[in-house]
Design a binder for this molecule. Structure first.
Ligand SMILES: *Cc1c(COP(=O)(O)O)cnc(C)c1O
Length: 342
């Protein structure tokens, strides 16, 4: 990903909500990432505490206590946050008043580029919000947050291109409105693992913020890639153990919804030694049910590697990531930003 970003002339700011892990963030920064993204103030606190100097909260924050915590982070690191409402700008100004910031708090205007979740209307409304930021003490207008979450999960390159075309037009229209007001737009950021290649090569976005690519999941593996775009392998597996084979043709393992997320679809599975794919039939609280192939038998205690449907909520269920290379445990990484979540 870092090579692709460099080759495309955009900054890479990986989303740390996918791994919540300081060691992985450091590895991303060591390979050229400009900073990281977080989704919550609680996550940002963990990474700033660990010495990471550039953190963007890609979300709106309005609770006064959380805003105060965000402002305090701004006294230790370069911190950014998104807004889509003039009232949030007032609240931010109140929160940073009297705080000795390392740099003015970076505020990005989030525009709705098609996901219809957060984000102000592109164009005039967005530009007028940016103008308000530029005239508010303690705050700096840092650019546009233009993230299209639902486009990430469209399966074919053609569908994703069709979804991102109006998103690009929305950014361009907003840049024109900013230009009319003489406001410079330093950064246009967005993108995730499903569409990063489109934003990176768009000549519009200046920064991409993919997260899942570092560990990958079964949902993203179902996307077909654009020609020439990098593909990512599954790095994270949940190891489970066969605890029952009483019903012919099936095996049951000891990990379920409390160990992996299935809200973006079932995990994919591999029986190990030797590695061979196995079909996953169902995931319950503490069990995952596998369908065995014709004539296939399994031993009790046999290990199964599961690739979760959705990486972010799966990582959030675990305290540790165990780093394994060639069957040897090489590292233990704490999922340090797991519990804050706030
Ligand atoms: C989740 C998220 C990302 C990263 O998306 P992935 O699908 O994990 O690559 C980027 N930006 C924002 C705003 C997000 O919420």
């Amino acid at each position: 990903m870092s090579e692709f970003a460099a080759r495309s002339g955009v900054q890479l700011r990986p989303h740390a909500k996918a791994h919540k892990c300081v060691e992985i963030a450091r590895a991303q920064l060591a390979r050229g990432a400009t900073g990281i993204c977080c989704q919550t103030v609680g996550e940002a606190e963990v990474f700033v505490e660990a010495g990471i100097g550039d953190v963007l909260v890609t979300n709106q924050v309005v609770d006064r206590t959380k805003l105060r915590r965000l402002a305090m982070l701004g006294s230790r690191a370069a911190v950014g946050v998104c807004v889509d409402d003039p009232e949030q700008v007032e609240l931010l100004a109140e929160a940073v008043a009297g705080v000795r910031l390392t740099t003015p708090l970076r505020v990005l205007v989030e525009i709705d580029v098609g996901q219809h979740r957060c984000g102000i209307e592109p164009g005039e409304q967005a530009a007028s919000l940016a103008e308000l930021i530029t005239t508010t003490p303690g705050l700096a207008f840092a650019g546009l947050q233009a993230y299209h979450g639902s486009a990430q999960h469209l399966r074919t390159p053609a569908e994703r291109r069709a979804a991102m075309q109006p998103a690009g037009a929305a950014v361009t229209a907003t840049l024109a409105s900013l230009g009319d007001r003489g406001i410079e737009c330093p950064t246009i950021t967005g993108a995730g693992t499903g569409t990063f290649d489109l934003e990176a090569t768009s000549s519009i976005w200046t920064e991409i913020q993919p997260g899942s690519y570092a560990l990958m999941d079964a949902d993203y593996a179902r996307n077909s890639a654009e020609d020439g775009a990098p593909r990512f392998a599954h790095a994270l597996h949940i190891y489970a153990t066969v605890v029952s084979r009483a019903i012919p043709g099936q095996a049951v393992v000891d990990v379920g919804l409390k160990g992996l997320s299935a809200e973006c679809g079932l995990p994919t599975g591999e029986l190990l030694q030797p590695a061979r794919p196995v079909e996953v039939l169902a995931v319950n609280d503490e069990h995952t049910v596998l369908r065995l192939g014709r004539g296939e038998s399994v031993a009790l205690g046999q290990r199964v590697a599961l690739v979760p449907g959705h990486i972010d909520p799966t990582v959030n269920l675990h305290d540790w990531i165990v780093g394994v290379r060639a069957a040897t445990v090489e590292s233990l990484w704490r999922v340090a930003a797991r519990s804050p979540g706030l």
